[in-house]
Design a protein around this ligand. Structure first.
Ligand SMILES: Cc1cc2nc3c(=O)[nH]c(=O)nc-3n(C[C@H](O)[C@H](O)[C@H](O)COP(=O)(O)OP(=O)(O)OC[C@H]3O[C@@H](n4cnc5c(N)ncnc54)[C@H](O)[C@@H]3O)c2cc1C
Length: 405
């Protein structure tokens, strides 16, 4: 081992690259600005660590939308099953949940990260914490801010795995964009992905229903129709069902506007609702009539009050229509810092198939900092791991081609 690759960013993508390179006899230095590695990975562990998904491979790769082909080529070398085997080799057994999502049996990330860092240490990977990369010096060396001042590093190859732009406090802040652009890479602006949205709630609704879950509704937006759950927040809406449609809704807002539609009673047809609401109300209030006849109460009834025009509320046919198609106008996506992940990043056109920058040979990129996005469901981590491996193999081939290994 006589040559060294500098990996900047010690999240899932960078650490996976470190593993491949060190296994191949290449010296590896991992630099990270934070006082410890894998902070976002550990945060993902707080919600159980959805590592990957068990659905058929072709369905799996379709989740990467317009970048399915590129991501597929990484995943063919490191499939979701390979990922489960890899975790098992680290002593972390996984299971398939009812939704097909794959989790570690322990439902957290810390045991996996601990075992992984130990194995990397045994393989000779050197970790440099509190090293914030701030671009290149004129001679092409890497420039880091450290507690001991500026440090300059020369490396035969560099692998950047700096993450996207969400949850800045965990380390990835997108500050790298101008440096990559100066290096001749094209970078799409980072945008929130798997994010919540602002809704202009009335003060009464906001006060009363902040934090309330909306269970088992169908959300429709363009061609998207899915049953699930979400949460009302002070600002708007959050949660798995919202995240699933968030890329479409975000893009529509960018084009001018977006209104999602809810079916608040997926088990009933509109006709059934008309029939049931039309029953004599007697002296009951409309709220208790709705609860008694069609079981709509609490936050769902509140949503109807928010968005059904007053003069239509007493008309059974119109109310039934709105229960099946309630329009909820969205104002804006929540800020990127709150999003689960980010879209945008280094474009595929800027890199070759080994994820090396075309305008800067010897510089490789991996993980969420690349211009792809995917819904939640384990797709994010799987692609981060797989891209780390692809970039590491790219670096090995590049060093070999220059007879540096
Ligand atoms: C709350 C939450 C829950 C999530 N849950 C899941 C889940 O269950 N399943 C799933 O698939 N995905 C999940 N994700 C997404 C997943 O964690 C990320 O997609 C993944 O961590 C990205 O990996 P990465 O290696 O590309 O970047 P990161 O994990 O962001 O790592 C990048 C690293 O680079 C370092 N860095 C950045 N800039 C610099 C610099 N200038 N100098 C030095 N170091 C730098 C950072 O400190 C960081 O350690 C979740 C995300 C969040 C926020």
């Amino acid at each position: 081992m006589n040559k060294t690759v500098a990996i900047i960013g010690g999240g899932p993508a960078g650490l996976m690259a470190a593993e491949v390179l060190s296994q191949h006899g290449v010296g590896v230095d991992v630099y990270d600005s934070m006082p410890s590695l894998g902070r976002k990975f550990l945060m993902a562990g707080k919600s159980g660590l959805n590592l990957t998904h068990s659905e058929p491979f072709e369905k799996f790769v379709s989740r990467y939308g317009s970048r399915s082909e590129e991501v597929k080529s990484w995943l063919l070398d490191f499939t979701p099953d390979d990922l489960r085997q890899w975790a098992s080799d680290l002593g972390i057994e996984t299971f398939v949940g009812t939704s097909g999502r794959v989790f570690p049996k322990m439902m957290k990330a810390s045991p996996l990260l601990r075992a992984w860092l130990k194995r990397l240490d045994e393989a000779g990977v050197k970790i440099h914490l509190r090293h914030r990369w701030v671009g290149w010096n004129e001679d092409g060396s890497l420039r880091f801010e450290t507690p001991d001042g500026i440090r300059t590093v020369q490396a035969e190859a560099t692998l950047l795995a700096l993450g996207g732009g969400s949850w800045k406090k965990l380390g990835s802040d997108g500050a790298w964009i101008p440096w990559l652009e100066q290096a001749g890479a094209q970078v799409e602006a980072l945008k929130p992905a798997n994010c919540g949205f602002d809704v202009a709630w009335s003060p009464h609704f906001r006060e009363k229903y902040d934090g309330h879950p909306i269970k088992s509704v169908v959300l429709s937006f363009d061609a998207f129709h899915q049953q699930g759950e979400f949460i009302i927040t002070k600002e708007g809406v959050e949660g798995s069902l919202i995240y699933a449609a968030s890329a479409l809704m975000r893009d529509a807002l960018e084009r001018g506007g977006a209104t999602l539609h809810l079916d608040l009673a997926p088990d009933k047809s509109e006709e059934q609702l008309v029939q049931q609401i039309s029953k004599p109300r007697g002296s009951r209030s409309m709220a208790s009539h709705l609860e008694k006849t069609v079981g709509i109460k609490g936050v769902k009834a509140g949503l109807l009050r928010e968005f059904v025009p007053k003069d239509e509320f007493a008309l059974a046919e119109r109310l039934a229509f709105y229960i099946k198609n309630l329009p909820v106008p969205l104002v804006a996506p929540r800020p990127i810092d709150e999003a689960i992940s980010s879209a945008g990043g280094v474009t595929f056109e800027s890199m070759d198939e080994n994820l090396m920058l075309k305008n800067r040979p010897g510089i490789f990129c991996a993980g969420e900092m690349l211009d792809w996005e995917a819904p939640t469901g384990g797709y994010l981590l799987t692609a981060c791991f797989a891209s780390g491996r692809r970039a590491a193999w790219g670096a090995i081939k590049w060093l070999e081609s220059r007879q540096l290994v």
